[in-house]
Design a protein around this ligand. Structure first.
Ligand code: NAD
Ligand code: 6OD
Length: 486
């Protein structure tokens, strides 16, 4: 079994307390790693290392040299691509066909796009008239926030962590990362890459552990952490907000969703079916952007449900390392039990189970893994818990609608507001319905497609702020106003 240390001040170190926890392979249930659990004292060491780097070697580097080093991280990840891939698959159980084209390449790309973006940053400057005629120059400077606490979920571990670390470092900050307790490996591997490519010690630190009463909470409460960027559940976001309140720290929150897809009868039928299959079942439904509510115009409802059922039943569960596998397990036994509880609840709430609805039995070494069937429900009331609450598994409820107004009202009837997908062949309708969606991101005839310079984030319980491009840089910097009398 592998031992996974913390990464503090450029070194791999055990936790001061000697406490550890076990990590299991989601595909088999077999224990694969013993992970060092950081407590407040370890978090303090990491934050102090990050402060020294901020006020020392990292802060002293010319801006373009910092960005050159971050471009080196891109190459460093790509050189160790296979190790990142193996570590991500072992922790998450996601299929190699997904992790090799999405998770690891995006982990590298997140450093490239923000290093490129930060090279071209500008701020405003206004030459001013003054009563004495001498004039003044009033301009703004961007300065880093300081030590940023980065708290991450388990569903896209490297992708979502680097989505925050990339811009934070490009903006001149240093970071202490708390990866999910379920998926700590790639964050640790990234520490080795940082050291190999010459990022100064203390710029990037990793503390493993849990949330409340453990490394996560200690990080959010640390007085020398200037800001907290968090991706995870909405309820956890609320807890973190309470933790940072006393120090009035800025937060960037990417939280949960209960996203809708709307399929109009004028859509390209096959594209809508395959797009909805992807948006409901990718990564075993463990993507915050997944569609758990699908609204289909009544004339094509029965045909659509039948096609979606055939597609879901065609997904291939199997060894995540095999290229043919299109559906992996859920991340943990605890999460499998949560998803299974919604299978039971849906039946109690009167769902028709079109397909799935069970924990899946797998053969051989996969028998001990956390497998479930892709599941489609119909017939639930709009106010039922299965239609209102985020399940975060391979499930969707499909319901018919009759008018565009009704579809908009159904899609918007949620406390969340992360994203929506609209499938239509009518351009005017696409614009109209997209504008009416109460969410941060709308896809038309697509899903999970975007230029990384555009704003990403949600409304309502789905988050606070926007990440991506200059929007990330805005969060990770303060603007300082300087007015010089000439
Ligand atoms: P989670 O909230 O349970 O945990 C996320 C992280 O927060 C973990 O590292 C955890 O240890 C830490 N944590 C938990 N309690 C804490 C506390 N009190 N203080 C500090 N840290 C704490 O989320 P998860 O189960 O890992 O991820 C799934 C959730 O994340 C889903 O709700 C999903 O929608 C959401 N998510 C959102 C986005 C997005 O971009 N909007 C992306 C991915 C996942
Ligand atoms: O693609 C991204 O940048 C991003 N933040 C995706 C989030 C996925 C949620 O699980």
């Amino acid at each position: 079994m592998k031992n996974l240390n913390l990464w503090i001040d450029g070194k791999s170190v055990p936790a001061l307390s000697g406490r550890t926890f076990l990590l299991h392979d989601p595909a088999t249930g077999v224990a694969i790693s013993q992970v060092q659990e950081a407590q407040a004292a370890d978090v303090d060491l990491a934050v102090q290392a990050a402060r020294r780097a901020l006020h020392g070697p990292w802060g002293a580097l010319p801006h373009h040299e910092r960005l050159d080093l971050l471009m080196g991280v891109v190459d460093g990840i790509m050189r160790r691509f296979d190790e990142f891939l193996a570590a991500e698959i072992a922790d998450t159980g996601k299929p190699v066909g997904l992790a090799s084209v999405v998770d690891i390449p995006r982990g590298a790309a997140n450093f490239r796009i923000f290093a490129e973006m930060a090279r071209n940053l500008s701020t405003e400057c206004f030459p001013m008239d003054t009563p004495d005629g001498a004039g003044a120059l009033n301009y703004a400077l961007r300065v880093p926030l300081g030590v940023v606490g980065v708290i991450c979920p388990w569903n896209l571990p490297l992708l979502l962590m680097t989505w925050k670390v990339g811009p934070a470092l490009a903006a001149g900050n240093t970071v202490v990362v708390k990866p999910s307790e379920e998926t700590p490996s790639t964050a640790t591997l990234l520490g080795e890459v940082m050291a190999q490519v010459g990022i100064p010690d203390g710029v990037y630190n990793v503390v493993h552990g849990f949330g409340p009463g453990s490394a996560g909470e200690a990080l959010t409460r640390h007085p020398d952490v200037a800001a907290v960027t968090f991706t995870g559940e909405s309820a956890t976001g609320a807890a973190i907000m309470r933790s940072v309140a006393d120090h009035v720290k800025p937060v960037s929150f990417e939280l949960g969703g209960k996203n809708a897809s709307i399929v109009f009868a004028d859509a390209d039928f096959d594209a809508a079916v395959s797009g909805t299959l992807r948006s409901a079942f990718s990564n075993c439904g463990q993507v915050c952007l997944c569609s758990e509510r699908v609204y289909v115009e009544r004339p094509i409802f029965d045909r659509f449900v039948a096609a979606l059922k055939a597609g879901a039943e065609g997904l291939r569960r199997g060894d995540p390392l095999e290229a043919e596998t299109t559906m992996g397990p859920l991340v943990s036994a605890q999460h499998r039990d949560k998803v299974a509880s919604y299978f039971a609840l849906a039946r109690e709430e009167g769902a028709t189970v079109v397909t799935g609805g069970q924990v899946a039995q797998m053969p051989g070494k996969l028998a001990g893994g956390y497998w479930v069937e892709p599941t489609i429900w119909t017939g639930l009331a709009e106010d039922s818990r299965c239609v209102k609450e985020e399940v975060f598994g391979p499930v969707c409820h499909v319901a018919p609608f009759d008018t565009e107004q009704e579809a908009i009202a159904l899609a918007n009837d949620t406390e969340y507001g992360l994203c929506a997908a609209i499938w239509t062949g009518n351009l005017a309708r696409a614009h109209r319905v997209a504008a009416a969606m109460d969410v941060g991101i709308v896809w038309v005839n697509s899903w999970f497609l975007r230029d990384l310079r555009t704003p990403f984030g949600g409304t309502g319980r789905s988050g606070i702020g926007r990440e991506g491009g200059v929007h990330s840089i805005d969060f990770y910097t303060e603007l300082k106003n300087i007015c010089i009398k000439l």
